[in-house]
Design a protein around this ligand. Structure first.
Ligand code: AKB
Length: 332
């Protein structure tokens, strides 16, 4: 049988003093390479395996173990977990909000069927499992300013629906089978050396590239659209921290995390402090705008701050400075 049944779940004991052996799925997306770098520094290069269905760029291939893995292929996943004695799984494969609306069938397969495979593999092999959720797991009937951890979640995107499903299934497997499931709801993540693909918050990454390279930026959200955001280093550190947190500190298994909230207009003003000649126009994408209008404006992450001492380092000024320094130095 490919799917684990109740009886086949068992717990492989994992000593906290051992280094974990980590598999990252969807490793060539916005976050995988950065997370692998952070985890490899901490646990050793060969203890962190990046995986994807795409061919890795040369620098990624030479930076540590990389393996082909298709989360829709249960046998392939099981072989990787068994052959490499994996103890932690970070499940980054997913279609994001805007691209999911353009291909609902694929988003359903990857984000829901793929997750079922991951949950069964993790439960069957006693893995600690991290699955990211998102501000997109909330919808127009959720409180938006601020949005707490526990409230109405009726998202209107396939991405959001799949993430609420992931939160609930992970928590169910935790209570039912003892699966060590850990989940953070990420805000929009802003990174310089990796690109997001098909999200609603992507504008907040693109603006930096366009500002440095062309001095012009066309924004696809309205100037007053407020969304929670975070610099990638904070996001990756939060992920490491929740994975390392002693189980007894976790009063929940799914936490909001946040750093800042801004609108395109506020971001533009901050970028223009460094690049006063930046010209910005607005051409609204109705799909992305409708999604953004249904998402949290401010994200309440007080439970993460209280339970496992979550604290962000980057606010808007540091974010803008860091992004412009990085992209500026790259384009010289
Ligand atoms: C998206 O915009 O789809 C993602 C997210 C906030 O989950 N960046």
């Amino acid at each position: 049988v490919s799917n684990a049944s109740d009886a086949s779940f068992h717990s492989v004991s994992f000593s906290e003093t051992d280094h974990p052996k980590v598999l990252i799925t969807g490793g060539l997306g916005q976050l995988g390479v950065g997370l692998a770098k952070l985890l490899r520094k901490r646990y050793g290069k060969n203890n962190v395996i990046l995986s994807d269905i795409r061919k890795p760029p040369t620098h990624v291939f030479h930076s540590g173990p990389f393996i082909y893995s298709d989360i829709l292929d249960y046998k392939n996943l099981r072989e990787i977990v068994v052959n490499n004695r994996i103890t932690w799984l970070v499940h980054y494969s997913a279609l994001l909000s805007a691209v999911g609306e353009a291909n609902v069938a694929l988003a359903r397969a990857v984000n829901i069927t793929g997750l079922h495979n991951i949950l069964d593999i993790a439960a069957e092999h006693g893995l600690r499992l991290f699955v990211p959720s998102t501000i997109g797991a909330f919808g127009p009937t959720s409180p938006r300013n601020p949005t707490p951890d526990l409230c109405v979640q009726r998202p209107r995107t396939i991405y959001g629906v799949s993430k609420v499903h992931a939160e609930l299934m992970g928590e169910y497997y935790h209570h039912r089978y003892g699966l060590d499931f850990r989940c953070l709801r990420y805000p929009g993540i802003i990174s310089a050396d990796s690109q997001p693909g098909g999200g609603t918050t992507d504008y907040a990454v693109q603006i930096f590239h366009d500002a440095v390279k062309t001095g012009k930026f066309e924004c696809n959200l309205k100037p007053d659209t407020r969304l929670p955001m975070m610099y990638i280093d904070d996001c990756l550190r939060a992920t490491l921290e929740i994975m390392e947190a002693p189980a007894e500190t976790l009063s929940m298994r799914t936490y909001n995390i946040n750093a800042m909230s801004f609108t395109p207009d506020e971001l533009v003003q901050e970028v223009q402090k460094q690049l006063p000649d930046l010209q910005v126009t607005y051409k609204i994408d109705p799909v992305r705008q409708a999604i953004a209008d249904s998402w949290p404006m401010n994200f309440d992450d007080s439970n993460a701050r209280n339970d496992w001492s979550w604290k962000h380092d980057y606010d808007l000024p540091e974010l803008v400075q860091t992004m412009l320094n990085f992209i500026g130095s790259e384009s010289q």
